[in-house]
Design a protein around this ligand. Structure first.
Ligand code: ADE
Length: 250
């Protein structure tokens, strides 16, 4: 899969993507990342990519010409073009899966300043995406987060595919609590069920914990699940096992 990143800070890439699984994917060329600087598509002596908004107001906007020309320079067929901005549709695991299933080349436009000229959004961009309800200084970190998420979904990148299905938010569930050795750390004990060797019981416990955790921490996801009910196990009624409230019972 190929990623083209439009950024005025190309030196920030690959950044954290050079480490771990994505680093390995870069070495194997399972993924490729190319940066394009919109300043290379300017003609003034300051190579300026921003200008003041018509109508007044605070801050500067990214001008349309360097962004249009930068994307056009990528040739045909054009990549799928994503604009990173807090106004975008929320990125999640489902959207990540749909990107990996549909596209083998995606361009990310990393906005800076107060945003981009609206004509970029309406005439150049295929999808406006946000990684959350907070404001970064630019789209670079958002692009890295998305590239890492997509890379993990490319077959062969994560060794144990089972770990993908269990961790995934594609089923709108948060992961159950997990423990490793020792069984007793400073009096904090691993739940007996996990030491029981009874895998049917462990499975049931994990599903219940996932549901409880989702219900308390992410009622928005939980409501979604209630709407497409295909649950195997009923929700435990007391909710007492929830993480922070009762460490022993986890
Ligand atoms: N640029 C600035 N904030 C952002 C966000 N939350 N998501 C994506 N791009 C951004």
């Amino acid at each position: 899969m190929r990623f083209d990143v439009v950024t005025i800070f190309p030196e920030t890439f690959p950044g954290v993507l050079e480490s771990g699984l994505s680093g390995q994917a870069l070495i194997n060329r399972t993924i490729e990342i190319y940066c394009h600087n919109p300043r290379d598509f300017t003609s003034d002596k300051h190579r300026s990519v921003d200008d003041a908004p018509f109508g007044g107001g605070a801050g500067m906007l990214m001008k349309p010409a360097p962004l249009f020309e930068c994307i056009e320079h990528m040739g045909q067929p054009r990549p799928f073009v994503v604009l990173l901005s807090p106004q975008g549709i929320p990125f999640n695991q489902k959207l990540a899966r749909s990107f990996v299933d549909q596209y083998d080349r995606i361009a990310f436009i990393c906005g800076r300043y107060e945003g981009v000229d609206e004509r970029v959004r309406t005439n150049l961009v295929d999808m406006d995406v946000s990684i959350g309800d907070f404001v970064l200084s630019g789209g670079e970190i958002a692009a890295m987060a998305i590239i890492e998420t997509l890379t993990r979904l490319i077959p062969g990148v994560v060794g144990n595919q089972e770990s993908l299905t269990h961790e995934s938010l594609e089923n709108n569930l948060l992961k159950y609590p997990q423990y490793t050795r020792p069984r007793n750390y400073r009096g904090l004990k691993v739940p007996d069920v996990l030491l029981s060797g009874n895998h049917a019981l462990i499975d049931k416990w994990r599903q219940e914990q996932s549901r409880l955790r989702t219900q308390t921490r992410r009622p928005d996801l939980f409501t979604c699940n209630q709407m497409n009910k295909n649950d195997k196990y009923p929700i435990a009624s007391d909710g007492a096992n929830d993480g922070e409230k009762n460490k022993e019972s986890e």
